[in-house]
Design a protein around this ligand. Structure first.
Ligand code: OOG
Ligand code: NI
Length: 477
């Protein structure tokens, strides 16, 4: 019997496959969309300045293992056309240790898709590479025009966005519980092909324009061979600075920064983008010749991440943001008034870590204070207020549907005539996906409780007392 080479049988860590894939995507996108490269350079400069200016921030990022991931941290987005694409996409991301978290219903903003984000879950997986992909699925069922719906359906049923080799590698990974070095390399190369740009449309210009008129997203999804990556987003430590700098770098920034206002302690997620490019496309005419047109899809985005909010905190955030939007409905044309209201109305959202903790508005992890041992373990909030137990914000790793809608909209050509009605359908989404999405609140709550338990065990608190403190925590959030 031939000797089995152990090395070739060894499984590559999923975090390594994910890192390799994220880097390959970034290289491909930088090559195809040079402005993305400019954006990366800009963010690098802003982050360096910010870290130099704020040693405390550096320290905090070091403690939470976020400094090491910062320079490679990205999220991207893709849009899929049919159920089995979503199903296989889940399996593909599974090979890289990325799992679907949250259901985002974009029909609430009149956009005919619903979405999830694939991302790593465990702390060590996040710190080695937190790559996320915001993944949307077209709601064909919401297209009222029967002809166009059928045509879309046909176009989508004819395409296959995964190569046979890629499917084989996904099968292999599932069967043998991972990939070896050679397979992992092949996997990254094959998977990359699924997300590349195609200069040729699968339809003629006329058909494209029909879809475009209905909704820019429908055209973007239905008329091409595959789900091209439409942006990759680096994480900045100062988005206000970055927004200012964008024009100096020749990037046309969108009018407003989505999300909460600037704060001492950032919450959730703030995002801004530069406008999508108008790119030349060959459309296939019926007579076999091709006709030149263009398509607008790919853009650049940056984001700043803050503390994850509890359901209670999120409710407050949604309510306040809604107030702002009611006060200034046309933010794009009233930027100053919008920021003014945003700042004003969000005064109601506490900006003090201990207050955020004690009111149960945000998620934290806990640490023993080596310089101060607790006197009593009766009240969690007292322990925190007295710094007898130290708290550290848990970073938000997910997305915001209202912000996502703002990003989607700022990159459409504004020709869409059809508004889609609100149609929440998480059940259908999960059926197409082939599993349930992870509930983000459950996820962060578990992180917080686990960390409290660890901390109390280190302090040798007895089990009953631990249970009581955890109950108190659950009572506030
Ligand atoms: C996705 C837009 C959502 C974000 O950061 O909220 C998104 C898309 O345009 O496909 O990426
Ligand atoms: Ni994005």
């Amino acid at each position: 019997m031939p000797k089995i080479k152990i090395s070739s049988q060894q499984r590559v860590a999923v975090s390594e496959i994910r890192s390799n894939f994220a880097n390959a995507m970034s290289d491909m996108y930088r090559f195809e969309v040079p402005l993305y490269g400019t954006l990366l350079d800009m963010v690098k400069q802003v982050n360096q300045l910010e870290l130099d200016k704020k040693p405390k921030l550096r320290e905090q990022l070091e403690e939470t293992h976020e400094l090491q991931r910062l320079s490679s941290e990205r999220h991207g987005a893709i849009r899929l056309g049919k159920a089995d694409e979503l199903f296989t996409m889940r399996r593909l991301f599974g090979v890289m240790g990325m799992y679907p978290v949250s259901y985002y219903d974009l029909t609430e903003a009149g956009i005919p898709v619903h979405s999830t984000a694939f991302r790593p879950l465990q702390k060590d997986e996040l710190s080695s590479n937190p790559f996320r992909i915001f993944t949307s699925l077209l709601r064909l069922d919401l297209i009222k025009d029967e002809n166009l719906r059928q045509q879309a359906d046909e176009l989508l049923s004819r395409r296959s966005i995964f190569s046979d080799n890629l499917i084989r590698l996904i099968d292999t990974s599932e069967q043998q519980n991972g990939l070896n070095v050679e397979q992992a390399q092949q996997f990254v190369a094959e998977a990359l092909q699924t997300f590349r740009w195609h200069h040729q449309a699968t339809v003629d210009l006329d058909t494209y324009q029909h879809f475009l008129q209905m909704h820019g997203l429908v055209a973007d999804i239905v008329c091409f061979k595959g789900p091209h990556i439409n942006h990759l987003t680096p994480r900045t430590l100062n988005i206000d600075e970055a927004q200012q700098l964008m024009s100096d770098y020749g990037l046309q920034a969108k009018a407003i920064i989505e999300g909460p206002p600037q704060r001492k302690h950032p919450i959730l997620l703030r995002q801004t983008s530069f406008k999508a490019l108008d790119e030349e496309i060959q459309f296939q005419q019926i007579n076999g010749e091709s006709e030149v047109g263009s398509h607008t899809a790919r853009f650049g985005e940056i984001e700043q991440r803050g503390i994850a909010l509890t359901a209670k905190g999120r409710e407050l955030y949604d309510r306040l943001l809604n107030e702002v939007r009611l006060a200034v409905p046309d933010a794009v044309n009233n930027v100053d008034a919008y920021y003014h209201q945003l700042g004003d109305i969000f005064q109601q959202f506490p900006d003090d870590l201990i207050q955020l903790h004690n009111m149960g508005l945000a998620y934290f992890s806990y640490r023993v204070n080596p310089h101060k041992l607790p006197n009593s373990f009766s009240q969690l909030n007292t322990l925190v207020t007295n710094h007898e137990i130290l708290i550290q914000p848990i970073t938000y790793e997910d997305f915001l549907p209202v912000s996502a809608a703002g990003i989607f909209q700022s990159n459409l050509q504004g020709q869409e005539t059809q508004l889609f009605s609100r149609s929440h359908n998480q059940q259908l989404f999960e059926k197409d996906l082939g599993c349930k999405v992870i509930n983000e609140f459950d996820y962060y709550a578990k992180m917080q409780i686990d960390s409290l338990q660890d901390c109390l065990q280190q302090l040798r608190v007895d089990e009953n007392q631990q249970k009581q403190l955890i109950k108190q925590l659950e009572g506030t959030t």
